[in-house]
Write a protein that binds this ligand. Structure first.
Ligand SMILES: [Zn+2]
Length: 314
């Protein structure tokens, strides 16, 4: 019965939208500029993730907004198409407009990496969760960043974040139990800001010595050594394994990590085919701790960390 009423309401919406817009239904809808209406966020209207924004999506949001049903997980996030952190009839209305073609879409895939990262940056500054902290050239750690680190048990000369050091040790031990002692080891882990800066400045100088201007030398150097504050190794949550080479992907440990790392809270941070988003080539040796929940979510959706933030926070 309730479903019938809602369906009727939606059908009425469709009929009225063209001529009278939302006011006729008593739904408060803030007028959006054309830019906002065609923003990439609109993909969030696809709450059932079936690849298209339809009246079903609007119906789901409408039901959730009036408390008849619940949207959980990603659907809920996606349902909030106007980013006000609430799922309301406004959202249902916008999805409906999209579904019936009143609003055109700009697929999220058309966003450039810089545009996506600019959007991410807006909330990263207030991001409190260090565990999923995004660090890249667009989201730079402050020079005062000083994570709590401790020595790994499997390699006492290497330091890792205190929240994840035991997990990394456990993962390495589990892998080596299967493939043999010493097969997997942590090669490069925590690097403090000052060390990163020294490495970077050394690389800058190398290019300056070749005759490059300061700015060009800095840009060139950044493609080889991450500028200070832009390397995940500065968080204490990233680990490069073994010889830090692509051939690591040919070892038995690599597929084992792909399958099991999430149970320890780790993900392959720079996967194959994500370079246009991460800005980093495929690095099969570089794993990042994000916690078990985020790791499983990223893997199930096939997201890199930028995408994880993008889809969860807009
Ligand atoms: Zn690395």
């Amino acid at each position: 019965m309730i479903r019938k009423i809602i369906c009727m309401l939606l059908a009425l919406c469709v009929t009225l939208l063209g001529m009278t817009e939302a006011a006729a239904l008593g739904i408060e809808a803030t007028p959006y500029s054309q830019d906002e209406l065609s923003a990439a966020s609109y993909i969030y209207g696809d709450v059932d993730s079936n690849g298209k924004v339809s009246t079903d999506d609007a119906l789901s949001v409408l039901k959730a907004s009036v408390g008849i049903s619940k949207l959980t997980g990603k659907g809920f996030v996606k349902g909030d198409v106007n980013y006000d952190n609430k799922l309301t009839t406004d959202d249902a209305l916008y999805i409906l407009k999209k579904a019936v073609g009143i609003i055109k879409k700009t697929p999220v895939e058309n966003l450039s990496a810089s545009a996506m990262n600019k959007r991410i940056k807006e909330y990263v500054s207030s991001e409190k969760t260090e565990m999923i902290r995004l660090v890249n050239p667009y989201n730079v750690l402050p020079s005062t960043w000083n994570p709590s680190v401790k020595a790994l048990k499997t390699k006492t000369s290497k330091k890792f974040h205190t929240m994840a050091a035991d997990k990394l040790d456990d993962m390495i031990n589990a892998c080596n139990k299967k493939y043999g002692s010493g097969k997997l080891w942590a090669q490069s882990t925590y690097r403090d800001y000052a060390t990163q800066k020294a490495l970077y400045e050394k690389e800058v100088q190398r290019w300056k010595n070749k005759g490059y201007s300061d700015s060009k030398a800095r840009a060139k150097a950044a493609t080889i050594v991450a500028a200070p504050g832009t390397s995940e190794h500065n968080t204490g949550l990233a680990c490069d394994f073994n010889n830090v080479e692509e051939s690591f992907s040919k070892t038995k440990m690599y597929p084992w990590l792909l399958e099991n790392a999430q149970s320890y809270g780790f993900v392959e941070r720079y996967p194959k085919g994500k370079g246009d988003i991460t800005g980093i080539i495929w690095e099969p040796w570089h794993f990042r701790y994000v916690g078990v929940d985020a790791a499983k979510e990223m893997n199930s959706y096939g997201w890199c960390l930028e995408e994880y933030h993008y889809y969860n926070h807009l």
